[in-house]
Write a protein that binds this ligand. Structure first.
Ligand SMILES: Nc1nc2c(c(=O)[nH]1)N[C@H]1C(S)=C(S)[C@@H](COP(=O)(O)OP(=O)(O)OC[C@H]3O[C@@H](n4cnc5c(=O)[nH]c(N)nc54)[C@H](O)[C@@H]3O)O[C@H]1N2
Ligand SMILES: Nc1nc2c(c(=O)[nH]1)N[C@H]1C(S)=C(S)[C@@H](COP(=O)(O)OP(=O)(O)OC[C@H]3O[C@@H](n4cnc5c(=O)[nH]c(N)nc54)[C@H](O)[C@@H]3O)O[C@H]1N2
Ligand SMILES: [Mo]
Length: 741
């Protein structure tokens, strides 16, 4: 829920209704996603696509709801309102709310849970004994609604506490009821530019399809069956508003008991809550009956005052945790911004002595690509792995020509429940075996890595890391050991042969140990993976754990602590972000937040920039990576939406613009140009540029003259939310500069 990325998926094979807020799965879901959704449609699933432009996903959905950009939280809050204040309580899964969420926990006067003085456990009001008892007391019936006179201890940030005697406290669920009271469909209609009836009917359908009380048998185990799910796309779950959307999406799932159960909303890849091999093993007990989450410390003396990364992710974002993945989270743009100007009370920024670049092209893909390119051009020493000339490796001191995917050797883990829309009945390994000889001087990545290790004197550590599993499989286990000798250099095939043997052993519990030859002959090797493991619910029940919804007490506490730590250090530039640490999020004027940030920073009148500019994935393009392939261009050209700036015909007519006209699109930051593509499937106040183009070096792609929003989208502290994320959208103006060529 908290880190807002793509680790959530509907249980597409079983669900009946998917409400998608800008999740463009028919373009972005990969082969599996597209197949799963096609199969689901054949089964009669209904998908409602809520987004400002009609994506290919919207085009093959049952309904398209053209919402105003960045107003999704209002729509979702109104759905919560309908569930709580318009529907009968029997539409909700009360048993799930009582046992699997924080709904019954009593909230004390300062906003933290009321706790048992002796054990520190949160208290609930037991309707049977008519008194407050610890949440985990057996055979109780905890109240969800009402106000109760209770005594106990409330624990705030930094070990602050308050003892209460006969204080009036209400359960978290009751606080939720009050909190959502004013967020009616009529209220949301004005914000989202969507009729109240449409919002109400989407909410009602969601409740109607939830099948409260029904069960389904999965691998011999009876589980709840709740075939409704909500998915969020990358412009919705990122940037300001992301917290509100993720909270409301996950809360709606909880209200109908549809979180981590068949048909409902599921997590996928484990990124932060280690170990990552299996979702069940990431479920361990944390405080107060909730799952453990490896929050970065915010307590006095434990908080990381001096950041270990250039974007200070552990310092600024407790939720980023500290797994190998965590560096990719947090406000990564701060690292680029600070190269130009440091931030008060953080260490003086320094450029990297050596910058390694692998499979990324930020000179095209990042925000404010002009500024990013300037910064990288100044780096003292840049090394790029490369298979083609591109805009980022253009500034490299050394290029290491690397095999493409068809030329290199690698054993890859497959199956299980890894990645969005990827849930399998099997798991195991597949071999990527060279289909052709490398071109020119290109070398296999394994060879390059081994040489770098040897020539830098890191060979022993490098081999030891491979033995420990750095190549994807640990080379030793019970009854087998294919560890490489650490003191010598190993060949590409020797390394992968050992990995293949360990993989065979891992998958057969040590019975088989065939190597590379086996995989060359068979291609892959798998074993059964129980569908039961798609769902966390059984693991939660077994350990008696809950989801911390609706009320985010932990977030409130760490937010206060983080604020205290930052202020002790004199840092006030993160104050806006600190406000996001609310136990129950409130609506804030998000479109206005963008408009204010842009007009203040660039000192412009935002009325001069009347359009929202958005972006969307193209199924044919893998980011900007294959934009250099003629064949991809040919295929993409057959799909509507490519090659220009998507605009609504009515809006174009007002400006005297026609299909194919070349226009200049300018934001307060910068300009680009392209041809107008007229489509009814976009709001009149919105423009869209598909993908990430603007190439000026990459062969072939540079001749496409396809526009990108990235030169127009600024990196602004004010547009970074508390997790450091931002969204790909900006306000722009249009000016005709020529007729269609
Ligand atoms: N306009 C716009 N910009 C966006 C987005 C958007 O929707 N619109 N989306 C954003 C998002 S969510 C993301 S994740 C980023 C992604 O942006 P990036 O991470 O920059 O991804 P790519 O453009 O795919 O860059 C991959 C680079 O790796 C190279 N490459 C590919 N395969 C290999 C290989 O086997 N070996 C080597 N050595 N190199 C290889 C390719 O040539 C390419 O230059 O873009 C962001 N930027
Ligand atoms: N073929 C292919 N697949 C990919 C990728 C790829 O490059 N190529 N990249 C992968 C990666 S890294 C990522 S991050 C994912 C991204 O996958 P998605 O999250 O599906 O992202 P997009 O396709 O960019 O989705 C953009 C959609 O969001 C809508 N949108 C924009 N702003 C708003 C808003 O304010 N509210 C609402 N409701 N909708 C809005 C747009 O109309 C558009 O339809 O795709 C992954 N899959
Ligand atoms: Mo992404």
């Amino acid at each position: 829920m908290w880190h807002r990325a793509f680790t959530v998926s509907p249980d597409t094979p079983l669900t009946e209704l998917i409400i998608s807020f800008g999740a463009n799965v028919e373009a972005s879901g990969g082969v599996c996603g597209v197949k799963r959704h096609a199969d689901a449609r054949a089964r009669g699933v209904r998908r409602i696509q809520v987004e400002p432009h009609l994506s290919v996903t919207g085009a093959c959905s049952a309904q398209w709801v053209p919402i105003r950009p960045k107003t999704d939280p209002a729509f979702l809050f109104a759905m919560v309102h309908v569930a709580l204040h318009e529907a009968d309580r029997s539409a909700l899964d009360i048993a799930f709310l009582k046992a699997r969420t924080s709904s019954p926990y009593l909230v004390a006067p300062n906003g933290f849970y009321l706790r048992d003085k002796k054990t520190g456990k949160p208290l609930v009001w037991d309707l049977i004994a008519k008194k407050a008892v610890p949440f985990d007391r057996p055979r109780i019936d905890p109240a969800l609604e009402g106000a109760f006179e209770v005594s106990g201890r409330e624990t705030g940030p930094d070990d602050e506490f308050w003892d209460h005697r006969n204080a009036t406290c209400r359960p978290a669920f009751d606080h939720l009821l009050t909190h959502m009271c004013t967020y009616t469909p009529e209220w949301a209609a004005a914000i989202c530019d969507v009729p109240a009836d449409t919002i109400r009917s989407v909410a009602t359908r969601f409740l109607d399809h939830a099948h409260i009380g029904e069960t389904i048998e999965i691998d011999g185990v009876t589980l709840p069956f709740r075939p409704v799910a909500i998915s969020l796309g990358k412009t919705v779950n990122n940037g300001w508003g992301g917290y509100e959307c993720c909270w409301a999406r996950t809360l709606l799932a909880c209200l109908v008991g549809g979180l981590e159960v068949p048909g409902g909303t599921l997590g996928t890849t484990v990124r932060l809550n280690r170990p990552a091999d299996n979702r069940w093993s990431s479920v361990t007990p944390g405080p107060d009956g909730f799952m453990h989450y490896p929050m970065n410390p915010t307590a006095k003396g434990e908080w990381m005052a001096s950041p270990a990364s250039r974007h200070a992710h552990q310092t600024l974002v407790p939720l980023a945790a500290n797994s190998p993945w965590s560096q990719a989270l947090g406000p990564t743009h701060l690292a680029w911004m600070m190269q130009k100007q440091g931030l008060d009370h953080l260490p003086e920024p320094t450029p990297p002595d050596v910058w390694f670049v692998y499979r990324t092209n930020p000179a095209i893909s990042f925000w404010d690509t002009g500024a990013v390119s300037d910064v990288m051009a100044d780096f003292p020493f840049t090394v790029c792995f490369a298979y083609t000339h591109d805009e980022t490796n253009h500034t490299a001191d050394i290029l290491l020509p690397e095999c493409t995917d068809l030329e290199g050797l690698q054993l890859i883990r497959i199956g299980g429940s890894k990645y969005v829309e990827q849930f399998w009945n099997h798991q195991g390994f597949a071999l990527r075996d060279p289909a052709t000889k490398p071109q020119g001087e290109a070398r296999d990545f394994t060879w390059i890595a081994t040489q770098l290790a040897r020539r830098t004197g890191l060979l022993e550590a490098y081999n030891a890391a491979i033995n420990k599993g750095a190549a994807g499989v640990r080379l030793f286990g019970e009854g087998y050991d294919f560890s490489l000798r650490t003191d010598k250099e190993h060949g590409i095939e020797d390394i992968w042969d050992a990995v293949c043997r360990a993989a065979s052993a891992e998958i057969t519990d040590g019975a088989d140990t065939q190597g590379l030859d086996y995989f060359r002959e068979h291609g892959f090797r798998t074993r059964a993976f129980s569908v039961l493991q798609w769902y966390l619910y059984p693991a939660l029940v077994e350990q008696g754990l809950r989801f911390e919804l609706p009320y985010q007490e932990r977030l409130l506490r760490i937010g206060r602590e983080l604020g205290a730590r930052l202020h002790e250090q004199g840092i006030t530039w993160w104050d806006d972000q600190l406000k996001e640490y609310e136990p129950l999020p409130r609506w804030q004027d998000l479109p206005g937040k963008w408009e204010r940030a842009l007009s203040q920073h660039f000192d412009v009148s935002i009325a001069d920039y009347p359009f929202w500019l958005l972006t969307a994935r193209s199924m044919q393009y893998a980011w900007g990576a294959n934009a250099g392939l003629q064949m991809i261009h040919e295929v993409a050209d057959n799909i509507a939406g490519h090659g220009g700036i998507i605009m609504n015909p009515a809006a174009a007519q007002k400006l005297g613009l026609a299909e194919g006209d070349v226009v200049e699109v300018s934001s307060p930051l910068g300009k680009t140009e392209g041809a107008i593509v007229l489509r009814q499937g976009i709001r009149p106040d919105t423009l869209l540029m598909i993908g990430q183009f603007d190439h000026w070096v990459t062969p072939f792609a540079k001749d496409l003259k396809a526009p990108s929003m990235n030169a127009l989208t600024p990196m602004l502290l004010g547009l970074s939310d508390a997790t450091g994320s931002g969204a790909d959208l900006v306000k722009v103006a249009l000016r005709r500069i020529g007729p269609s060529p």
